[in-house]
Ligand binder design. Structure first.
Ligand code: CA
Length: 228
């Protein structure tokens, strides 16, 4: 059974989300604080975490940082009441995979949950590589020069997409469609894509000898080995 953890202190919201997800057949648990959530997520395997940012005590962003710091790559969907780009970007920067602004319709939450869970199950298992970068879609693990890269689920999917299309320039339109599953891109999504590219660069290229992720101005991005 697919299992989802909801970390949310507002019990009415938490119960409504849990009951709705259970009705859809997902095994769903609630944690009322970030600490309880971290205990649960370390103890039992979950396929997805729904995380409220505004929690008493330890904030959602702290919980997220701790989760990622511990090497847990479980997809995380953030709930935020504050509809500002700054919050979204800091959430994404801390390792969230998607966000939803409160108040939201349950149908919208369900759509995001399904999309994140789909991304968790790659259909084409085969190992990909370029130079000393290796991407294993089955284990959902990427290494550079043998060193494991701490990627979020979305970062992994973006890197996998770029490496599958290595030496080919991919546009933000393609990335929006294939990685974010959005039919049309817009400026906010472009910003989110750029943030993810920046974070991938930091993780993939910064400590390596040669850069692999390149920006092609006005067109998009390409993964290729640098010309000698
Ligand atoms: Ca809250």
């Amino acid at each position: 059974m697919t299992r989802i953890l909801v970390i949310e202190d507002e019990s009415k919201v938490a119960r409504a989300v849990r009951d709705g997800l259970r009705a859809e057949g997902y095994g769903t648990e609630i944690a009322g604080t970030g600490d309880d959530g971290l205990v649960l997520v370390r103890r039992e395997p979950f396929d997805l975490v729904v995380l409220d940012l505004m929690l008493p005590g330890r904030s959602g962003l702290d919980v997220l940082a701790e989760l990622r710091g511990a090497g847990l790559g479980t997809p995380v969907l953030i709930l935020t009441a504050r509809d500002t780009v700054a919050d979204r970007v800091s959430g994404l920067d801390a390792g969230a995979d998607d966000y939803l602004v409160k108040p939201f319709a349950f149908a919208e939450l369900l759509a995001r949950v399904r999309a994140l869970l789909r991304r968790g199950r790659p259909e084409t298992p085969s190992r990909l590589s370029i130079a000393d970068l290796e991407v294993d879609p089955v284990a959902r693990r990427a290494t550079r020069a043998g060193r494991a890269l701490p990627l979020t689920a979305r970062e992994f999917e973006l890197l996998e997409f770029l490496v599958r299309h290595q030496a080919e320039v991919v546009s933000r339109d393609q990335i929006a469609r294939e990685v974010w599953r959005e039919p049309a891109r817009g400026t906010p999504l472009d910003n989110v894509i750029d943030v993810h590219i920046m974070r991938l660069r930091r993780k993939v290229d910064r400590e390596a000898g040669a850069r692999l992720i390149h920006t092609v101005r006005g067109v998009g991005f390409v993964v290729r080995e640098e010309e000698p």
